[in-house]
Ligand binder design. Structure first.
Ligand code: HEM
Ligand code: HEM
Length: 162
C-alpha cells in the first residue's frame, strides 16, 4: 500500500536538497575558473566558495541516496487523483531523472576534482543543463497543479503524513 503522503523526513530532505542545488548553481564561478587553471597545469586551489561547491555537492549526493532508500522502504504517495496517465508518466519520469542527475552530478564532480578525470568534468559541465531544465519543468508542474488545478499539490511537500 502506498502511504497517504510524504513523511517529515522526506519533506525536510526535499527542501534541504532544493536549497543546496540552488547554491551549486549560484556558486560555481570559482571552481569552474580553478578547474580551467588546473587543466592548464596550475596547482589545485581551495577557497571557502570552492569548498561550498565541493562539500555542498557531496552532501547533495548523500542526502539523495538517503531519499532513495526512504523511497524504497517507505514508498511515496500515489499521483494526484485527477492526473491523466500521461501526466503521471511525465511526473514519474521527471522525478526519476532528477534523482539520476542528482547522483551523476556529484559523482562526475568528485571524479574530476579529486581524481583529475577530465572527461568527468565535461560530463559535469553538460549535465548541468538537463538538470536545470528538469527542475524548471518540475516547478512549472507544481505551480500548474497549485494555481491552475487548485489541488494543493505543494501542500503534499509541506504537511507531513508519517
Ligand atoms: C548536485 C551537485 C552539483 C551540482 C548541481 C553542480 C553544478 C555545477 C555547475 C552548474 C557548474 C558550472 C559549470 C560551468 O558552467 O562552468 C559546476 C562546475 C564544477 N563543479 Fe559542480 N556541481 C555539483 C557537485 C559537484 C561536486 C561534488 C564537485 C567536486 C567534488 C564538483 C566539482 C565541479 C568542478 C570541478 C566544476 C568545474 C568544471 C566544470 O565546469 O565542469 N561539483 N558544477
Ligand atoms: C532543485 C530543485 C528541486 C528538485 C531537485 C526537486 C526534486 C523533487 C523530486 C525528486 C521529487 C519526487 C519525490 C518522490 O516522490 O520521491 C519532488 C517532489 C515534489 N516537489 Fe520538488 N524538487 C525541487 C524543487 C521544488 C520546488 C521549488 C517546488 C515547489 C514549487 C517543488 C515541489 C514539489 C512537490 C509539490 C513534490 C511532490 C509531488 C507529488 O506529490 O507528486 N519542488 N521534487
Amino acid at each position: 500500500m502506498k502511504p497517504a503522503g510524504y513523511s517529515r523526513t522526506q519533506i525536510v530532505l526535499h527542501w534541504i536538497v532544493f536549497v543546496l542545488v540552488v547554491q551549486q548553481y549560484v556558486f560555481n564561478d570559482y571552481i569552474a575558473e580553478a578547474w580551467a587553471e588546473i587543466t592548464e597545469g596550475a596547482e589545485m586551489q581551495f577557497s571557502p566558495v570552492i569548498a561550498a561547491h565541493v562539500f555542498g555537492g557531496i552532501l547533495i549526493g548523500l542526502l539523495v541516496i538517503w531519499r532513495l532508500l526512504l523511497r524504497a522502504r517507505r514508498g511515496v504517495p500515489a499521483s494526484p487523483e485527477g492526473d491523466s496517465p500521461a501526466q503521471r508518466a511525465i511526473a514519474h519520469g521527471t522525478h526519476h531523472t532528477l534523482y539520476l542527475l542528482l547522483i551523476l552530478m556529484p559523482v562526475s564532480g568528485v571524479a574530476a576534482w579529486f581524481m583529475g578525470i577530465e572527461p568527468a568534468a565535461t560530463v559535469h559541465f553538460y549535465l548541468k543543463l538537463p538538470l536545470l531544465a528538469l527542475v524548471l519543468l518540475h516547478v512549472i508542474g507544481a505551480l500548474y497543479h497549485q494555481y491552475a488545478l487548485k489541488d494543493d499539490l505543494i501542500g503534499r511537500m509541506k504537511t507531513p503524513r508519517d
